[in-house]
Design a protein. Structure first.
Length: 75
């Protein structure tokens, strides 16, 4: 039951973040901030524990690819 609730919350997070990123380059405001860093860590961690981003999250996927391509993301 706890794992199911965690999966549901993760799906909600992905969908909420996807809506937030519609028409935006960054999570909070017009520049790269700690919000982007925390969101990227969260999205990447979810993938590592096999909580896949829904196919419908096209804005989130675009953002993840863009942010992950930054040199600082590879550090």
């Amino acid at each position: 039951m706890l794992a199911e609730r965690g999966r549901a919350r993760t799906a909600w997070f992905f969908e909420m973040l996807n809506r937030q990123l519609a028409g935006r380059q960054f999570v909070a405001g017009g520049r790269y901030t700690i919000a982007d860093i925390v969101a990227l860590v969260t999205v990447n961690f979810a993938a590592r524990i096999h909580l896949a981003m829904p196919e419908s999250c096209n804005h989130l996927r675009r953002w993840q690819e863009t942010i992950s391509a930054r040199p600082s993301a590879a550090a």
